[in-house]
Design a protein around this ligand. Structure first.
Ligand code: DX5
Ligand code: ZN
Length: 223
């Protein structure tokens, strides 16, 4: 794990009436990726954005767009998200029958392929496909909504996830998502996470750009 850390503000908590301004603020604060939560009202009890949000963000910013699919049958979204300009595409293993096939299809379309594990989903769901992962996302809340509290049991799972990736010689990103704040980020980082999604902590702050810097600082990285 040598490539530093990434902060990925989640657009879910942005003020959509000022999307351009909000993106500019986090970009100026040093955000690395923009995280887009796609929810279908079936895999999770909430409904959000589609590929049109990714296309809009592409016009607003050069930052890589990290798409998190919380949808059933993610296979239907691979081509549209690639066409819209997503840099990485992550889905949940419960949402599709052929996990390895979807990972391969995502990579074939030139995106980083990610698998996301809910708090109750065993790490073993990632084991057989560890060699196919560019990114492993450990959910640190139950997905569906922003502004929830970090589940303390996550630290142990992050550690085991880091060991799993190491055992397979994978230099994949280890991302955490949910309840990441200036209070929780250090523990997740110490456990081995290198990529941090933050919604409410960033966009709920008075100064979202400063908050991105603060999150990075809490990981012990100079800003
Ligand atoms: C939750 C989403 C998250 C969400 C995180 O279902 O996957 O990406 O935006 O929001 P915070 O950081 O507010 O917990
Ligand atoms: Zn997310």
């Amino acid at each position: 794990m040598t490539r530093g850390i990434r902060i990925a503000p989640s657009i879910l908590s942005a003020d959509l009436t000022r999307l351009g301004e909000q993106v500019a603020l986090v970009a100026a604060g040093g955000a690395d990726w923009l995280h887009v939560d796609v929810m279908d009202g079936r895999f999770v009890p909430n409904l959000t954005f589609g590929a049109n949000m990714v296309a809009a963000l592409k016009k607003l910013s050069d930052l890589p767009i990290d798409v998190h699919l919380m949808v059933l049958e993610p296979e239907h979204y691979i081509a549209p998200m690639a066409d819209a300009g997503a840099a990485s595409l992550t889905f949940h293993p419960e949402a599709t029958i052929h996990v390895q096939r979807q990972l391969a299809a995502i990579r074939q379309r030139g995106m980083k392929a990610g698998l996301a594990l809910n708090p109750a989903t065993p790490l073993g769901r990632a084991e057989e496909v560890a060699g196919d992962l560019d990114l492993l996302l450990i959910m640190t809340v139950n997905p569906g909504f922003g502004g929830q509290s970090y589940l303390p049991a996550s630290d142990s799972k992050i550690k085991r996830a880091r060991a799993l990736l190491g055992a397979h010689g994978r230099d994949a990103y280890l991302e955490v998502d949910g309840g990441i704040t200036s209070d929780t980020i250090a523990a997740a980082h110490a456990a081995g996470a290198d990529t941090f999604v933050a919604g409410q902590a960033v966009f709920g702050a008075r100064d979202p750009g400063a908050q991105v810097k603060e999150l990075r600082r809490r990981c012990g990285v100079a800003v």
